[in-house]
Design a protein around this ligand. Structure first.
Ligand code: SPV
Ligand code: MN
Length: 630
């Protein structure tokens, strides 16, 4: 039986590639590759080892195949996804569950047998005329107990190239794995192409099989649907973590630099396109990762690693003033893939919100573009897509943290939850304790929808821990996992919320984008109890004097008490409505919600009501007398 597998591989692969594959002594791997080489029927198979030569081959293929085009600056290329293939397709991303699995009504599920049949029918001969890339990666630093080996099969050189920038090499790790069965598997095909983009997007499917730790993705090119090791692996990792008692979170990891060269590491969960990458890239701080974190308890502390080594970030609105570090990197030579931006007539890259003049013509995801161009639905086409991205290896960054590759991870000194909230939460607030934080900040995170997923923007939705889109397990269990995790550690780190999007009644933002730098410094100080805070019914908020000092130190800005009052006024009606909305969702839509969630939210409601009796609907922070220095 196994002999047959290797015979088939030998027949399908040339000598050099067969040799690379067979040097990994793993039947499960060989059988997986054989199965899909037979079914998908590619013209050619390329096995990528960790050698620079192999990685270089993939880069060159991406240009040769037309999936990427070279740009004027050395190392820069551009890739376009189809016009209707520009974001994560939540509707067609489904979990394959057998009937007996404990189902959660919130999960997008398809019967496993039915889903496997469907996907295997779609995959038949799908790679005819294509070259298949077999790539090995390691999620997390190599030689770390956090890490997970992965194999990716894809017929897109763009996907393989992106992954070579975003993930650590794993071929050698596979060689050392021996016969071990534990690794994630990803199979992607962009399907039939027309003018370089997936033609059959009506048959776009992303099916996640947590029973086998395999994800299938077909008839799509957009990175969020195709880069197996990103959000597809994250779904598998959440499941694995839940089984094994650790956490996989949609979080950045960054070092916040405090007084006397102290570095305190924070993780931060934000829904897509809500400021996560730009927070982790703040000037003066250092980055470990911008998107995903694995958290484990070790010696009664929380430690975090970044399973990635690169960034697939949103490019919209990056400008020299707000994002100086990324701006500088995007404008100098280095290996960067731009996707779904505008290429101007003189070969420059343009994206919405970039410094300088808006071009009137060029080439973008819709083909040849000029101002006023409309799509088939009559909508005006923006110069770049709102979800246009850049992909790079973080080694290009000057602000990369020295512990980014530490196999033991970094000790987490604080956790942040942030969403797009125009009218309810104050800009920064610390919860009373772990349970209060997980429930009122994490599990209650609401955000207005953005361009990172297909569908309408600006609709307020509950998005617990900013992780809802990726959960393969029932939400109630996921919340319980988070609550329990705090019990494993001694003095769990403080949990904060931030809100960069608060507006006044007239609809004006109450903060500058740069203000987040100050909130971080305040949280760093609070993490060490270096400053006192004011206790309110919803949590601890900063004292005006501390912020005034920090605004001057960090931003050289005079921070007025008037601004402080506007920003930190507790909005009782909005907070009460929010609690009611959240309780209702958990009561009606989330089976097995931990009971404590309702208790903690109801207590918060009581505190808000009592405050309302005493001070009215909108309570200035100057009213609170209870200063807590705990
Ligand atoms: C996000 O949308 O949260 C991303 C990019 O980080 S994607 O890979 O599309 O998920
Ligand atoms: Mn993300």
């Amino acid at each position: 039986m196994y002999r047959k597998t290797t015979d088939i591989l030998k027949a399908k692969l040339d000598k050099k590639n067969y040799k690379k594959l067979i040097q990994i002594n793993n039947q499960k791997l060989h059988q997986f590759i054989e199965k899909y080489v037979k079914l998908c029927n590619p013209d050619e198979v390329f096995v990528c080892s960790d050698s620079l030569e192999d990685i270089q081959r993939i880069r060159e293929d991406a240009v040769k195949s037309g999936e990427e085009k070279k740009l004027a600056i050395d190392g820069h290329t551009v890739h376009f996804d189809g016009y209707y293939d520009q974001a994560r397709d939540k509707k067609h991303t489904k979990f394959l569950f057998s009937k007996s699995a404990d189902l959660d009504p919130n999960l997008n599920v398809i019967d496993r047998r039915k889903g496997l049949d469907e996907i295997h029918t779609l995959l038949k001969n799908i790679m005819q005329g294509h070259k298949l890339y077999v790539c090995f990666f390691c999620l997390g630093p190599v030689n770390s107990e956090f890490s997970i080996p992965c194999v990716q099969l894809t017929d897109s050189s763009y996907v393989a190239h992106s992954e070579s920038l975003l993930y650590r090499c794993g071929y050698d790790k596979f060689k050392k794995l021996g016969t071990s069965e534990h690794f994630f598997r990803f199979l992607h095909s962009e399907g039939e192409l027309q003018k370089g983009v997936s033609l059959n997007i009506d048959k776009r499917r992303i099916y996640v099989d947590t029973e086998e730790d395999i994800v299938y993705s077909v008839n799509t090119q957009y990175g969020g649907n195709t880069i197996g090791l990103k959000k597809l692996a994250m779904r598998l990792a959440i499941n694995k973590a839940s089984r094994e008692g650790w956490l996989t979170e949609h979080m950045f990891i960054m070092g916040v630099h405090g007084p006397n060269n102290r570095i305190t590491y924070f993780t931060g969960a934000f829904p897509s396109a809500c400021g996560k990458t730009s927070t982790s890239m703040l000037k003066g701080e250092t980055i470990v990762g911008d998107d995903i974190a694995y958290l484990r308890e070790k010696m009664r502390k929380i430690r975090a690693i970044n399973p990635e080594k690169g960034i697939f970030g949103i490019i919209r609105d990056i400008n020299s003033k707000d994002d100086p570090i990324i701006w500088e990197v995007l404008n100098r030579e280095g290996e960067i893939i731009f996707s779904n931006v505008l290429i101007t007539d003189n070969g420059d890259v343009y994206w919405i919100g970039k410094d300088g003049e808006v071009p009137t013509s060029g080439f973008n995801h819709s083909g040849k573009w000029m101002v006023g161009k409309k799509d088939n639905e009559g909508n005006e086409i923006t110069p770049s897509h709102r979800n246009a991205r850049f992909t790079l290896d973080m080694k290009l960054l000057k602000n990369l943290d020295s512990k980014a590759d530490d196999p033991d991870g970094v000790v987490v000194g604080g956790i942040i939850y942030g969403g797009r909230d125009s009218d309810t939460s104050v800009p920064v607030e610390e919860s009373f304790n772990w349970v209060h934080g997980i429930i009122t900040k994490g599990a209650s995170l609401e955000s207005e929808t953005t361009s990172a997923t297909l569908g309408k923007e600006g609709i307020r939705k509950l998005n617990p821990m900013a992780n809802l889109d990726f959960l393969p397990i029932p939400l109630g269990r996921y919340i319980k996992n988070n609550l329990d995790f705090g019990e494993k550690v001694q003095d769990p780190p403080p949990i904060f919320s931030v809100n960069y999007f608060l507006k006044d009644k007239e609809g004006n933002f109450l903060n500058d984008k740069s203000d987040k730098a100050v909130w971080l410094k305040w949280m760093e100080l609070r993490s060490h109890r270096d400053v006192e805070a004011i206790k309110t019914p919803t949590g601890y908020i900063p004292k005006y004097q501390d912020l005034k000092r920090l605004f001057m130190e960090v931003l050289n800005k005079d921070y007025s008490e008037e601004d402080y009052i506007k920003q930190f006024t507790l909005r009782i009606p909005e907070n009460l409505l929010k609690i009611d909305r959240i309780i209702k969702i958990y009561e009606t839509k989330v089976p097995n919600t931990p009971k404590i969630l309702f208790e903690v939210l109801k207590e918060q409601k009581q505190r808000l009501k009592a405050a309302k009796e005493k001070y009215g609907d909108y309570i200035s922070p100057t009213n609170w007398l209870m200063v807590d220095s705990s």
